[in-house]
Design a protein around this ligand. Structure first.
Ligand SMILES: Cc1cc2nc3c(=O)[nH]c(=O)nc-3n(C[C@H](O)[C@H](O)[C@H](O)COP(=O)(O)OP(=O)(O)OC[C@H]3O[C@@H](n4cnc5c(N)ncnc54)[C@H](O)[C@@H]3O)c2cc1C
Length: 430
């Protein structure tokens, strides 16, 4: 259990990519000047990006994509509470949580000097009528395994549809300028690298089993252009390739309104016939975060580009729950965790202001599996006002995707900066 030793307490809510990285970065930059605690409702890190590859390569993702958090945090003297956070009192600096291992547990309160929200988002499948009966997805172990089993045992050869429901972005990042003249634009889909990845892998899966190919697959988006945050040039290249390969593409669907046994109904009035419906839903804020004095109009945590709430400087946010994280990508959360570590270093007097006060310049970095041991590497910042748009495809990005997971696990999540630089050099120097 947490010890009370008089040091200021940094409390991190959530322990997946953003929470783990923040905990480790704060320890790295602050040393032993702070007591650090992570609270999460599960005690392992879920390596979400590699679930689709497991599904399409016929492996149960539950056996490969989990990393035990508790011993890893303990190596850095970081306490872990296996608990469900139920409330945050910003004025009193208190977090209420309930121990999560058994049902029926009582509430506890943990006080903080600094809090880092790293709670991700609710993936709102429960808001899509018919999803439970007729939908599939790959965003967690249960759904990934359910899809793997369906494809291998029940797939009847019908059409396959893959795409996103409408994302409702709040106003929390309005007015921020990450690059000169740029902005954090409003997105209509939360994260569209995965639908593109799944569409490519699905076609390979069909071809390998002689069940068809790209012509059986339709990818759809609520936006005028899929993955618009990846940059127009990159997406045009991807779409030209996808059209040549024979994929079907529906844009401007506005939202998913209902799934039935054999179709998807969209808010624009169209209906797409589909046996398999692989959906990425709205990413919504957790209910208890909505209405907090640090939350935006949709419940995402408002920060500046140093990841600090402008009205409550003891509050930070990182990853998918932060209003500035658009699209909702782990790679952006990774950049933010370093900024938060440095900011706390500045506060604790271990890092000088010049080094710490370097604002976020978000970059979309996505390695998407394409099946057949190939992947695409997408690296871009043009959507935010930068000038980078890079797309590479082939076996090298696939190798990097798989090795990145291995390196992440082997290094307890602390992928060294040179690891990312080397990946960039290898992928982009091709
Ligand atoms: C199929 C797929 C593929 C993807 N591929 C990529 C990719 O290639 N590259 C990339 O950068 N991103 C990718 N992403 C996005 C990436 O997975 C997310 O951006 C990333 O997981 C966000 O990390 P996070 O820590 O902010 O949130 P999460 O990973 O959602 O973690 C939030 C944590 O908070 C905990 N939590 C939530 N509520 C509570 C509560 N009330 N009490 C206690 N704990 C709580 C959860 O248990 C969880 O551990 C992909 C996403 C999907 C779905």
């Amino acid at each position: 259990m947490p010890h009370y030793d008089g040091r200021p307490h940094v409390l991190i809510l959530g322990g997946n990519f953003a929470g783990l990285a923040c905990a480790q970065k704060v320890r790295q930059y602050v040393g032993d000047r702070a007591r650090i605690t992570v609270i999460d409702r599960k005690s392992y890190l879920l390596f979400i990006p590699n679930i689709p590859a497991d599904v399409f390569e016929d492996r149960n993702p539950a056996l490969h994509q989990r990393m035990d958090l508790v011993p890893i945090l303990a190596k850095d003297d970081i306490d872990f509470i296996h608990g469900e956070v139920t409330a945050v009192d910003i004025a009193a600096r208190n977090v209420t949580f309930r121990p999560a291992e058994r049902g029926g547990a009582e509430d506890h309160v943990e006080h903080y000097d600094y809090v880092i929200f790293a709670l991700g988002a609710r993936l709102a499948y429960d808001r899509i009528e018919g999803f439970a009966e007729h939908g599939h997805t790959v965003s967690d172990l249960y759904h990934g395994e359910k899809l793997r089993r369906y494809l291998n045992t029940r797939y009847a050869g019908g059409p396959i549809a893959i795409g996103s429901a409408r994302f409702h972005q709040g106003d929390g990042a309005d007015g921020l300028e990450p690059y000169p003249g740029g902005s954090i634009p409003r997105a209509l889909a939360a994260c569209e690298g995965p639908p593109v990845e799944v569409m490519m892998s699905m076609a390979t899966w069909l071809k390998d089993r002689k069940l068809g190919g790209p012509e059986n697959v339709t990818v759809f988006t609520p936006a005028p252009m899929i993955a618009e945050d990846a940059g127009e040039d990159v997406v045009k290249q991807l779409l030209t390739l996808a059209t040549k390969m024979g994929f079907n593409y529906w844009n401007n669907t506005q939202d998913v309104t209902r799934l039935t046994a054999d179709a998807i109904e969209f808010a624009d009035g169209r209906t797409l016939p589909a046996e398999v419906k692989i959906i990425f839903p709205d990413w919504v804020a957790h209910d208890f975060v909505k209405g907090l004095p640090v939350s935006d109009s949709e419940g995402f945590i408002k920060t500046d580009l140093l990841m600090r709430n402008p009205d409550h400087p003891e509050v930070f946010a990182c990853g998918d729950c932060a209003a500035v994280t658009v699209p909702k990508l782990g790679a952006i959360g990774h950049q933010q965790s370093d900024i938060i570590g440095l900011q706390l270093g500045k506060i604790f007097g271990t890092v000088d202001a010049e080094k710490a006060d370097v604002p976020l310049k978000p970059e979309v970095l996505c390695i998407g599996d394409m099946g057949d041991r190939k992947a695409f590497w997408l690296h871009s910042n043009s959507w935010f006002g930068g000038d980078r748009q890079i797309l590479k495809m082939g076996r090298v990005p696939y190798f990097l995707k798989m090795r990145y997971r291995d390196m992440f696990f082997a290094a307890d999540g602390k992928v060294p900066a040179w690891g990312l630089d080397a990946a960039e050099l290898i992928a982009e120097g091709l």
